[in-house]
Design a protein around this ligand. Sequence first.
Ligand code: ZN
Length: 250
Amino acid sequence: MTTVGQTSVTCAVCGRESRQRAVRGGGPAGPPDLDLRPGETTRSTMAYWLQQCPTCGYAAPRLDEATPAAAAVVAGGPYRALLAETSYPPLARRFLCRAMILEETGELHAAAEATLQAAWVADDMRKPDLAREWRLTAVALFRQGPAPDLEQQVRIVDILRRAGDFGAAAAQASALERGHLPEPVDRVVAFERKLIAAGDARAYSVASALPPPAARPHASQRGPATGLPLMRPVSGGGLFAVLRRLFRRR
Ligand SMILES: [Zn+2]
């Protein structure tokens, strides 16, 4: 069960105290979208993922922690201008503020994640132009940072497709297909291929990319050459971890 509580937090940038909401617990987790937007119930808790100081505008998972470099970004002109950008939905602006701090302090992949989260807010607010713009910015940030691993490269296909940039999505899929794609990642790329060919920019869950249980040979019939252990180990909540869990369940 998910509960929302209030807590008093002192901002590490400006020293002012504010009331911030925090979400605790969680319900059953449905499969995420192909771009790893969480399924319910986490999906509905985006308003609690970041705190934002009402005085200085600092945005972070915890306002009581800030590096000097982050504080300098918050004081800077571009950050003040972003805070004043009233044409953006406030929750999206909060994620973009976080993205700016992360980008300016060299955390480019984390900045890409925060920018993608702003795009999810734009989806919910039915702002397709902003969602598209922020998806493309997220892809640029992923590519500016350290070379994205295979998992992120598969995600980039989906982010480009969701942005409606089918040509770039197809090029990214082709680049992936030139290498060895372990199952079930190959199924995800093939599924993206079908969506790209159909000009479909809608959201799909990771589960939609996998075949129905009856159509899949039993896992024990697979040799080690195509088995799951070939996949690169990734952190717990990533795309491949989700795929492995779903695939094993079938
Ligand atoms: Zn503050």
